[in-house]
Design a protein around this ligand. Sequence first.
Ligand code: PMP
Length: 386
Amino acid sequence: MRESYISSRVAGLKPSGIRKFFDIAATMKDVISLGIGEPDFDTPKTIVEAGVASLRKGQTHYTSNAGILELRQELATHLKKLYGVEFDPATEIIITVGGSEALYLANTALLDPGDEVIIPTPCFVSYQAEATLAGGVPVEVPCRMEDNFDLNIEAVRKAITPRTKAILIGYPNNPTGAVASRETLTALLKLAEEHDLIVMSDEIYDQLVYGIPHVCFPALPGARPRTLLLGGFSKDYAMTGWRIGFAAGPASIIQGLVRIHQYTIMSAPTTAQVAAIDALKNCDEDVIEMREEYDRRRKLIVSGLNRIGLPTFEPRGAFYAFPKVSVTGLDDETFCNRLLNEEHVAIVPGSSFGAGGEGFARCSYATAYEKIEEALRRIEKFVNRL
Ligand code: PMP
């Protein structure tokens, strides 16, 4: 027998640092988890009712490959209303199994073997893996706390080679909570134009921004023809378990994504698609309420961490705080391991999110206010002991 039947491409993938931590945490009692990147809210009732009703009505069949047309139409209307950007529902939008599938399809459809993808880090753990799985080469460009984790355009420019095909960005950012400014994104677009690159813009946290507007990349003048917008319902609408997301962009590219999707997935879950229509039609208020609660927790955790002596940049989006834990003299892995073992608080080492995350840790505030208060007490006890 061969030593392994697993392809070298897959064998080379690192397991996600997040899962490793949560497997350990799951074996402990009274752990407070600030670890998982998902809303603690249940899905709003009206969405659930819409999903259940669709089943009772017999909507138990496949949909068209690209997704229910009404959902694509609602999504087009929603994006136009929020950002003024227009997509043709018939040809320029595909409904996917979460933003995760959208990321997978985008990389697979765009990359030839050896094509380089520039990925600013820290970033969502899947980015490098998706690029690698697609045969591409992820090229990490670290962002720094001193720049508020904004993109360093000069560093991106230096990372461009003749093999660069794409740039994959995610704002609001997981894990830093950074929101890229219009100026930075405009400068990035200019670079993309100069070097004829495509931009994959993962905007899954677009409605979770605090006190500032979200800049939708394809809405920037001139960006539309070279941008693939990736998004989903998991975060904004607290629908992680429904598995529904989307990609929107030029028809020629979206049709490439549809081709892969039709052979691998067929169509996103029908129940979830019907539920997502309801989310877009009826849940603006729910989104506002959840956002206000996240904002309250955001203020609590950021001021708490800074008071404890862990320098924390003020996140303006998503639901993560990203303290610099290396000021304690411990590296991020050791800090998180010891905090978990000694004080039963689970947070994620920043190095799980790429080179730019070393020395930091991700604390999710998609957790009840009181739990965050208790977690802060425990973190303080731990830091004081060091
Ligand atoms: N992009 C980012 C930045 C994320 O944080 C996540 C989930 N953690 C996803 C995409 C994928 O989410 P889903 O597949 O649930 O839509």
